[in-house]
Design a protein around this ligand. Sequence first.
Ligand SMILES: [Zn+2]
Length: 375
Amino acid sequence: MHIQHHPLLSPSLGTQRALTSFHFGQPGSGEKVHIQASLHADELPGMLVAWHLKQRLRLLEDQGAIRGEITVLPVSNPIGLDQNQNGRLLGRFEQMSGQNFNRHYHPMAEPVFAALRHRLGPDAKTNTRLIREAMRAELARQRPQTELQSLRHTLHSMAFDADIMLDLHCDSRADLHLYTGTPLWDQCEPLARYLGACASLLAEDSGDYPFDEACSQPWWQLRELASRAGLATPIEMACLAVTVELRGEWDVDHEYAAKDADAILHFLQRRGVISGDAPALPPLRYPATPLAGSEDLLAPHAGVVVYRAEPGSLLSPGDLVADVIDPVNDVASQVCTEHGGVLYATSDRPYATAGLGIARVAGNTAYKTGKLLTA
Ligand SMILES: [Zn+2]
């Protein structure tokens, strides 16, 4: 294992933060894997999984079992980790700008295509190498002006050329689920099985450039740009980027973390990054569904929320998910799913303001357009 420190731009006199990455195996000896945790700094289950992974990867490296390069970044967001208000950690949005730490990564398809359109050829592997070189050059041209931009740029620069990128998050209160690119589902499906994901949500463009799409989306966008330009040039889906939602914020637990770390290692074994035979694939809990088919259930008015279904439940259209009680006006409303599917996440607070999203259900029919992620 070797350790690298990545200083971030100093936001203020006397203050400078840094990222610390842990590297296992040898660059160039196989696939490159980048695993980062807690980009939303108040989502801690991934940080614990990263710690479990580090212990196991040290042993695997001593045994000579790593056939590639695996980078683990347990603390991806030291800015957010240092934002506390009235004793509560606020790690989703940067307080200085109000921006979500997992949005607005640098879009690369167009500049990379402009640089390469006359150089892409008939060999997919050569194209992948050229595309990665152009991406590296494009990122090197960026000049972050703020600490937040510097964080995004540093993370992106570490992960853009990974064959596999896992961004470990969690939801408010949830069963394990994941987000990935529609063109990546074949590659991702074994991971969903090993992790026991209750839902796998697919999109080609969720909106606002979250980190996983910053790594993976350029590949299908480049394929599209090449096709529109009439180039018969093969472009691989060279980065499997997945946002893994490790249940809810309070599911910080050694048993879960050890199980999730094992699942990730089994997947890497299956990909050949770790030697040995991977265990047989468990069944897929639920087929992948379009992110555009994810139903947001809203509180019809303010009130106390009483959940009547647990995350992970399979629901039919019309099934009851929660009661919202207004004890002042004696109104008790039932919030039901219209489309049905898997209830994969709910709010973690038993009080709703009017119109608040209190639950999400993965349905199998896409019906939404525009931006698909919550703020
Ligand atoms: Zn998150």
